[in-house]
Design a protein. Structure first.
Length: 339
């Protein structure tokens, strides 16, 4: 967003750290928490609730924030979706190759030539289509964003309701797996044929993208006090859902029904914050934290166990994210033509 003035106390809005930028950093760190199990050495129970309850809002919120940005841009920029998709594919391809190089050097080194080539082909092809470990987020976001773009002229509320129903169907393959049945599994079979897990598919990303898309497009206003009360009640319902399904051995903790209204409330509460300052450096850092932290975690796995490892992974991930962001933005600034 361009805003503010060139001089004076207000300053340039594009260089200010807005609330949404800070939230993105916090969400990225929640993703790191999910993968580092920071409280496992203290309490298995506390670690479970931190990782599989509190932190699970992170990825859905990232989807919703992306939906908000998509809605704002595809209405005014004709080729925005193409550039957006190309950028995602570039990021996915680059980081797939980086993780392939890391695994080749440190995890699959010394394998026979034929076996190494077969492994490399499977690794790269699989990762580009479905995402390597945490990189599943990128193909899921890409697929959901493209679907959203092609449905952009359909009634927003109808799209949201239909995608929410599909999301509920997907729950039977993940957190609600204990309650699944052959009929549901037959319906989900085509999705699971192309995606390793429903979380990798548009069934997961699309409803959250649509939440952001709907709120930016319609700009509804809700009483903040009522939203805060509802938000607290939804977190209580979310707690009960996690407790109920976790006792029955779900296949995954990525998707919960309660996350849909929770993310809707969170985005509605944030609406007044969009445009109140934006710092490209901080926003870009959140992406790099997400991309790099698994490599940092793998490196520390070979060096130490427990103790300070989660804190060190977070600290090094932040440092590397800072460096990568500085290098990228410095390069972009040099390529920019003089006015």
């Amino acid at each position: 967003m361009r805003g503010g003035t060139d001089t004076g106390m207000i300053g340039n809005q594009a260089n200010r750290i807005g609330p949404v930028d800070g939230i993105k950093i916090a969400l990225a760190m929640l993703v790191v928490l999910i993968h580092t199990d920071p409280l496992r050495g203290v309490s298995e129970s506390l670690n479970f609730w931190l990782v599989n309850y509190a932190a699970r809002i992170a990825v859905p919120m990232f989807f919703a924030l992306s939906g908000y940005v998509l809605s704002r841009n595809i209405k005014t920029k004709e080729r925005y979706i193409l550039k957006w998709a190309q950028n995602l594919v570039r990021v996915l391809a680059l980081w797939t190759l980086l993780y392939w190089a890391y695994a080749s050097l440190f995890e699959y080194a010394g394998a026979p030539g034929g076996e190494w080539l077969a492994w490399s082909y499977d690794f790269v092809a699989y990762s580009l289509l479905r995402g390597y470990l945490h990189l599943w987020y990128l193909p899921s976001l890409l697929a959901g964003g493209i679907i959203l773009y092609h449905l952009r002229n359909v009634n927003r509320l109808k799209m949201l309701l239909v995608s929410a129903c599909l999301y509920v169907l997907g729950l039977f393959a993940v957190s609600w797996s204990a309650f699944s049945n052959p009929a549901v599994e037959t319906v989900l079979e085509p999705v699971l044929y192309y995606f390793e897990n429903v979380r990798n598919s548009p069934l997961n990303s699309l409803p959250f993208l649509l939440i952001g898309f709907y709120l930016e497009d319609r700009k509804p206003r809700y009483p903040k006090k009522a939203l805060l009360i509802l938000f607290a009640l939804l977190w209580a319902a979310y707690f009960l859902e996690v407790r109920f399904v976790s006792a029955r051995g779900p296949k995954g903790f990525d998707m919960y029904l309660s996350l849909l209204p929770i993310v809707f409330c969170a985005m509605a509460l944030l609406q007044d914050s969009f445009g109140r300052g934006h710092n490209p450096f901080v926003a870009k850092m959140s992406l790099y934290i997400y991309l790099v932290h698994i490599m940092v975690l793998k490196a520390f796995d070979s060096l130490m166990e427990g103790g300070l490892k989660p804190l060190l992974v977070m600290a090094v991930s932040l440092l590397l994210a800072f460096l990568f962001t500085w290098i990228e933005l410095a390069g972009t600034k040099k390529k920019r033509p003089l006015p």
